[in-house]
Design a protein around this ligand. Sequence first.
Ligand SMILES: C[S@@+](CC[C@H](N)C(=O)[O-])C[C@H]1O[C@@H](n2cnc3c(N)ncnc32)[C@H](O)[C@@H]1O
Length: 420
Amino acid sequence: MDYKEVGMSDLTISELSWRLSRIDHHMVRVLAMRVGKGSLSEAVAQAKRSDKKSAVFAIKNPKREEERLAMVETWAKRYGLDPNYAAAVLVGIIAESCKIQAMFMHDHQGDDPSLDLDNPEVVKQYYLDHLLQLTARIAPTYDEQYANDLFGSEAYIQFERGEIAKAIDGLEDTGLALDLGCATGQHALRLGKAFDKVVGYDISPDMLVQAEKAKKAAGANGNVSFNLSDLEFSLPEKDSSVSFVVMSLGTASDIRNLDGLLAEIRRILKPGGRFALSFYNSNSLLAQIGFCPWPVPLAAMVDQDRHCLEVHIGTELFEVYARSYSVAEVRAKLDEQGLSPDKVFTHPTVSSILPDDLFSTELFHDYDEGIKDTRRLGVTTKIHEKPDTTGVKNSLRQLDESLATSPLEQGAYILVIGGK
Ligand SMILES: C[S@@+](CC[C@H](N)C(=O)[O-])C[C@H]1O[C@@H](n2cnc3c(N)ncnc32)[C@H](O)[C@@H]1O
């Protein structure tokens, strides 16, 4: 391929510089997936340790590395890159990967390597510990930062809010509403404007501290309250006493005893009571692709084999229990418990698989100064203005909204609106 063929011959140095910086950014993002914190290299270390059931494992694997180098040289030739150069880059990556694995071994030497992942009770406790650690870590910044700049998750949150607003609009019975897995109470506080009484339940004390703060800051009247409760067991509400139940952002997938919870929702809902429940979709486009070789714009993704949700917070990775379902499974489960869906959406589809740096266009205003800042002081300033990507984001939003009711059912989340 020649640069003229790809339409780059008329570009100015400044236009080319913008393209170069976008490629560089993307390469750094992909490299971070390969050898950064929470990367594939760390996953390899974890897998080797589990395989050997020992804190110590072999880092080097010369045969595999030879194979990998041969593959990269073949691809390099195919795409017009010097194979020696490509091999040299990979040798650097392998060396970094070895370092990551050695650091992992060091950091985990005191852990119990025989953590018995076949023992359901051990696994259950592991996920619960991670959930409480995760929620403690993110609670103070959850409202401002969760899914920040991850346009797939942001798009879903907006979509879900819109559908929940439509679901309660014009409801005749506005008595008691519940927000299950309420976190910082964003939905509960919104529902407080439409219902006489709202109760938010969550297992995380740290989330509930923030929910109380948010309630105070919003000047909400006394009709909204928050309670610590594990939804695996039961819902502390009377039979046929609740008008509306919301469980947003995939939270219905976080509950192991989903059948028990659905039976509880049916018990407490008044006849004609309504619900909005959100799950992770096992047939999503992302699940079908299996693995995207770039970071995708979702804050949380389910590992379907392990029934585990991977939550990325900055460079940290947390693993908590979550199980994804197909639309057919969700329908069957609701049906079994006597709950009737009126509308079933899956969302977002296209926005869930695009690289998360698609819209990041930051440039350093002053190249020399930028470099100096970054290297010497550890800070990056001088961010150039970002070209406006609102139009593109809106087009994607519209596309995903139209796919939300497609029979393909490939959105990352399932949202069911229905009644008893
Ligand atoms: C993905 S967050 C969703 C938060 C909120 N509904 C929203 O839309 O922003 C899931 C929440 O469910 C809570 N949760 C998970 N398992 C739970 C359980 N067994 N009982 C109660 N809350 C639980 C978590 O602590 C967390 O705050």
